[in-house]
Design a binder for this molecule. Structure first.
Ligand code: AMP
Length: 195
C-alpha cells in the first residue's frame, strides 16, 4: 500500500530473568510494532484450556521446550496477522537453531528479513535471583535451573548464529530498566523518549 510505513523486524534474545519480556513491551510500544511473546501466547492457551494449551502445559511446567513444529505453527499464524506484517518484536522465538532457520524461511516467503537481533546479557546470579523473585508456576527453583540449563544448551548458540549473519547487537541487561531501554534503542540508532 502506498505510504505504508515499514517497521522494524527484531528478535530479542535473553535468558529467563534477563528482563526480555519487560523490554519487549517497552521497545514494541516505542517502535510501534507488536511485541510477540511466545511464552505469553502459550500461557494464555494453557489458561484458556485450548487444544494447544493441553499439548504444551506439562512441557512448560517442566521448564522444557515445546517442540519446534508446534512452535512454527503458532508463530507463522501470529506473523500472518495484519498488525505484524509491517514489523514485529519477537520475544521468546526463536529458541533453537532449527527455529531460527524456520523463521528465516517464514520471512523469505514474505520477501522479508530480520533487521536486528538484540541480546540482553545478564550475569547468572542476577538471573536466578530475578526469576525466583517472580514466583510464577513455572518459576520454582528446580524449574528455574532447568530453564537456565535449556537456555545455555539450546538458545545461547543463537548468539553466534546471528553474529555470523551480522545481525547481533549485545546489550548489558544488568543495568536499571530505563538504561537498558535506552541502550536497546541506541543500538538501533534511535533515542528513548519518555511517554
Ligand atoms: P518464556 O515466557 O519465553 O520464558 O516461555 C515460557 C515457556 O514457554 C518456555 O519455558 C517453554 O516451555 C515455552 N516456550 C516459549 N517459547 C518457546 C519456543 N520458541 N520454543 C519452545 N518452547 C517455548
Amino acid at each position: 500500500m502506498a505510504g505504508e510505513v515499514e517497521g522494524l523486524r527484531i528478535v530479542l534474545l535473553g535468558a529467563p530473568g534477563s528482563g526480555k519480556g519487560t523490554q519487549a513491551l517497552r521497545l514494541g510500544a516505542r517502535l510501534g510494532v507488536p511485541a510477540i511473546s511466545t511464552g505469553e501466547m502459550l500461557r494464555a492457551a494453557v489458561t484458556a484450556g485450548t487444544d494447544l494449551g493441553h499439548r504444551v502445559g506439562s512441557v512448560m511446567a517442566a521448564g522444557a521446550l515445546v517442540d519446534d513444529a508446534l512452535m512454527a505453527d503458532v508463530v507463522s499464524h501470529r506473523l500472518e496477522q495484519a498488525d505484524a506484517r509491517r514489523g514485529f518484536l519477537l520475544d521468546g522465538y526463536p529458541r533453537t537453531i532449527s527455529q531460527a532457520g524456520t523463521l528465516e524461511e517464514m520471512l523469505d516467503e514474505q520477501a522479508r528479513s530480520l533487521d536486528a537481533v538484540m541480546l540482553l546479557s545478564v550475569p547468572e546470579e542476577q538471573l536466578v535471583a530475578r526469576t525466583l523473585g517472580r514466583r510464577r508456576d513455572d518459576d520454582r527453583a528446580d524449574v528455574v535451573r532447568e530453564r537456565l540449563r535449556v537456555y545455555h544448551d539450546k538458545t545461547e548458540p543463537l548468539a553466534d548464529y546471528y553474529r555470523e549473519r551480522g545481525l547481533l547487537r549485545e546489550i548489558d541487561g544488568s543495568q536499571p530498566m530505563d538504561h537498558v531501554s535506552a541502550a536497546l534503542l541506541s543500538a538501533l540508532g534511535l533515542a528513548w523518549v519518555e511517554a
